[in-house]
Design a protein around this ligand. Structure first.
Ligand code: HSE
Length: 302
C-alpha cells in the first residue's frame, strides 16, 4: 500500500497573532510518499530538494512521525520519501510541512484512526526539534486549511476559521536562511501593557474580519507590536516590501512566520499580482535571489 500527499506551505503569525494564528497557502508545498513495509518502525528512505538528515531523531518529519507511530503502534512498518519544494529557513512553514505531512501520511496508511485536528499535537513534536518551541501556528493550518487559531497550548485548543473567498497572499522569500530558533532568540520575553492592548484589539478585529469577510477591517488589523520591531531588522528591504501593499491597494502585510519571507494579503488576484511585480522591482538591484509566490488560501489543508 502506498499513498502520495501534498503538504502545503503556511504563513504563521499573520502579523498580530504571534504563535496563535496561521493560514494555509494553496500552490506551494512539498510532496511526500508513504509505503507500508514489513520491517516495523518508521524509516525515511529518500529526501530530494534539500540537504536534510535521514535519521529519524534528527529530522522534523521523523520526530513527528515517530511520536505518532508510538501512539498508533501499527503491526507494519512505514517508509517515507520526502520531496522538499519549500526551502528550509524560508518562513513559510517548511519544517511544518514536513511534520504535518508525516503525521497525515502515517495516519492515512493506518486507516485514519485520528482526525487532522488530533494529529496537530504529534506534528508539533517535530516543530519543537527545529524551533526550540512546539508552536502550532504552521502545522495547524497545514492540517486544517484556511486560518487556524490556537486559543490555548495547554490544553491544546485549536479553532479552524474559514478564509474570506477573495483573499490572496503574495509572499516574497529573499534567499537568505533565517532559522526559526535564531529568529526567536532576538525576541523580548516581556511586552508592555499598552502594546498588549493594541495587539489584543488587532487580533480580535482580525478574527472578526475573517468570519464577516470584512476586508477593510482585516487590513486595519494587520499590525504587530510584539515581534516585528525586532525581527524586521533581520530582513533586507523590509519596510519597502511591506509598503508595496499601500501602493497596490492591498490590505497589508508583515513578516511571514519567523522570516525572512514577507507577506502581503490582498482582495483579489489582480492586486496580489501587482504586489508581486512591485516587490520584484524593489529587489531587482539586490545582490540576493528571491522567490515570489502569489497564492489563494487553501481551504482544506493537506
Ligand atoms: N510563530 C512562530 C514564530 C512561527 O514566529 O517564531 C515560526 O514559523
Amino acid at each position: 500500500k502506498e499513498i502520495k500527499i501534498y503538504s502545503p506551505a503556511t504563513i504563521a503569525n499573520v502579523s498580530c497573532g504571534f504563535d496563535v494564528l496561521g493560514v494555509c497557502l494553496d500552490n506551494v508545498g512539498d510532496e511526500m510518499i508513504f509505503r507500508q513495509s514489513e520491517q516495523k518502525g518508521l524509516r525515511i528512505v529518500e529526501i530530494t530538494g534539500a540537504d536534510l538528515p535521514l535519521e529519524i531523531e534528527q529530522n522534523v518529519a521523523g520526530v513527528a512521525g515517530k511520536a505518532l507511530m508510538e501512539q498508533l503502534n501499527p503491526n507494519f512498518g512505514i517508509e517515507m520519501i520526502i520531496h522538499k519544494k519549500i526551502k528550509a529557513g524560508s518562513g513559510i512553514g517548511s519544517s511544518a510541512a514536513s511534520a504535518a505531512g508525516a503525521v497525515y501520511g502515517i495516519n492515512a496508511l493506518c486507516g485514519y484512526p485520528l482526525t487532522n485536528k488530533e494529529l496537530i499535537y504529534y506534528a508539533m513534536q517535530g516543530e519543537a526539534l527545529v524551533s526550540g518551541a512546539p508552536h502550532a501556528d504552521n502545522v495547524a493550518p497545514a492540517l486544517l486549511g484556511g486560518f487556524a487559531f490556537i486559543r490555548s497550548y495547554a490544553p491544546l485548543d485549536i479553532i479552524s476559521i474559514p478564509a474570506p473567498k477573495e483573499l490572496y497572499a503574495t509572499v516574497i522569500h529573499p534567499q537568505i536562511e533565517l532559522k526559526t530558533i535564531d529568529s526567536r532568540s532576538v525576541l523580548k520575553q516581556t511586552v508592555g501593557l499598552k502594546q498588549a492592548i493594541t495587539q489584543c484589539g488587532n487580533l480580535g478585529g482580525l478574527i472578526s474580519a475573517l468570519y464577516t469577510e470584512d476586508y477593510d477591517l482585516l487590513g486595519r488589523c494587520l499590525h504587530d507590536e510584539f515581534v516585528e520591531p525586532k525581527r524586521s531588522l533581520l530582513i533586507p528591504n523590509f519596510a519597502a516590501l511591506k509598503q508595496v501593499a499601500v501602493k497596490c491597494g492591498a490590505l497589508g502585510g508583515g513578516i511571514s512566520g519567523a522570516g525572512p519571507s514577507v507577506f502581503v494579503l490582498s482582495r483579489g488576484k489582480q492586486i496580489a499580482d501587482c504586489v508581486a511585480s512591485e516587490m520584484r522591482n524593489i529587489v531587482k538591484e539586490a545582490d540576493y535571489q528571491c522567490d515570489i509566490h502569489v497564492s489563494p488560501i487553501n481551504p482544506k489543508g493537506i
